[in-house]
Design a binder for this molecule. Structure first.
Ligand code: GLU
Length: 421
């Protein structure tokens, strides 16, 4: 089967290429443009040998894929998960290209990761894994080349280890090599909550769009990690009744709205939403089908498929995760009038504030939290207006429109630069 022409969309890469194909056809671009954008510019696979705490040696596999470099250095997170494999990283890198182009963040897209379950390793082991992985990809990354950031299974500690390893080898401190760093080490105010706050702003805009007042609205959030938790807090603070949340251990429900502040304390204590007193347990898959105003899938890709999308009753879906909806599901949701606010827009708050962090690092001048929050909100809502208006004018979905705008900008950069040699 030719992966460039296949209509199979059951994997993230197939979904990503399907979305690209639709945009290329809509824009009337040629096959050559499709083939440039369907493939990553550079891909690196590395072995990461680890000395475990018991003295044994285990060798892990890591990746870094730079999908596009035409608008600036590559940018994107590093994922630690057992699901990580090259095709998944390729898809995630492509989505980063579109995300940066859509939000006018001057980067191309990249993604990296190591296939491992971080819960199976001690902090010391994770540090050794991260430092060795960073050394292996060191010639590939840098503030002007490719700038990693946190993603699923990594955090600001991971970024501090990456920054330190890169800097020690360079012989001087290189703050701009990664973003999502701790505040005390060149991080930006507002970066940790940026993805969640972006989702929050977009969710409120989506509620306005479907004509539901926020105080009359209900919400469900799949995933209570770095992204979903902050989104639940934001929505609850804005007056939305968040009736259900889930994590990898299970889901909970309260029709009157969960007390999110009390739930946060429970999660900090127990490590899961399961068992939270003021709620009933519910089936985690059923959360996606609840009759709520806004559903935020904020876990992993491929959770809304042709098997369940026809049963979704939410008025709007705001994609916190990357790639949660397959193309078949997208079609079912559109047919049923469910508004889908796509990942490459909805969860872009993270990379927007990463960009702010990179600017601050290069100028050694640090912005106030209020400045960061205001600039984040302004960029998200400005893009929302453009996206909504063009989707309405073209009579196409928000995802198709967002991908087309992004592909247009990236293709434009290629055209202006010309093809070398
Ligand atoms: N991993 C995040 C994403 O998927 C953030 C990437 C970044 O800040 O570079 O958008």
């Amino acid at each position: 089967m030719n992966p460039l022409t296949s209509s199979d969309t059951s994997t993230p890469l197939a979904s990503a290429r399907h979305q690209l194909r639709e945009a290329i056809d809509h824009l009337g671009y040629d096959e050559g443009t499709y083939s440039i954008l369907a493939n990553a510019r550079r891909e690196l696979t590395v072995s990461v040998p680890l000395r475990r705490d018991d003295g044994s040696i285990e060798t892990l596999t890591g990746y870094r894929v730079q999908h596009n470099l035409s608008r600036g250095p590559a940018k994107g997170g590093i994922r630690y998960s057992p699901m990580v494999e090259l095709d998944e990283v390729r898809a995630l890198a492509m989505w980063m290209t579109w995300k940066c182009a859509l939000l006018r963040v001057p980067y191309g897209g990249a993604k990296g990761g190591i296939a491992l379950d971080p819960r199976q390793y001690s902090v010391g082991e994770l540090e050794r894994i991260t430092r060795r992985y960073t050394s292996e990809i060191a010639h590939f990354i840098g503030p002007d080349r490719d700038i990693p950031a946190p993603d699923v299974g990594t955090d600001e500690m991971t970024m501090a280890w990456m920054m330190d390893t890169f800097s020690v080898n360079a012989g001087h401190t290189v703050l701009g090599v990664v973003t999502g760093k701790p505040l005390g080490l060149g991080g930006s105010r507002g970066r940790a909550s940026a993805t969640s706050h972006g989702i929050g702003h977009v969710s409120l805009a989506a509620l306005d769009h479907v004509g539901v007042a926020r105080t009359g609205a209900t919400g469900a959030v799949q995933g209570f990690g770095k992204v979903g938790r902050g989104a639940a807090v934001f929505l609850a603070d804005a007056g939305v009744r968040v009736v259900a949340v889930s994590d990898q251990y299970g889901a909970i429900f309260n029709s009157n709205g969960l007390n999110i502040a009390a739930l946060e304390q429970h999660v900090d204590r127990e490590g899961t939403v399961v068992g939270f007193g003021e709620s009933d347990p519910m089936d985690a898959d059923a959360l996606l089908l609840l009759d709520v105003t806004v559903l935020v899938p904020a876990a992993v890709e491929g959770v809304l498929t042709k098997a369940n999308a026809g049963d979704v009753r939410a008025r709007a879906i705001v994609e916190g995760a990357n790639g949660p909806t397959t193309p078949e599901a997208d079609k079912l949701l559109a047919d049923n009038g469910v508004l889908v606010v796509p990942d490459i827009f909805a969860n872009a708050g993270g990379v927007i504030v990463s960009y702010f962090e990179w600017i601050q690092s290069s100028q050694s001048y640090w912005w106030s939290e209020a400045d960061v929050e205001e600039k984040l909100k302004e960029r998200m809502l400005h893009t929302w207006e453009q996206l909504r208006d063009r989707a309405e004018a073209d009579g196409r979905t928000l995802r198709a429109t967002a991908t087309a705008i992004a592909v247009e900008r990236v293709a434009d950069a290629h055209r202006l630069r010309g093809l070398y040699p």
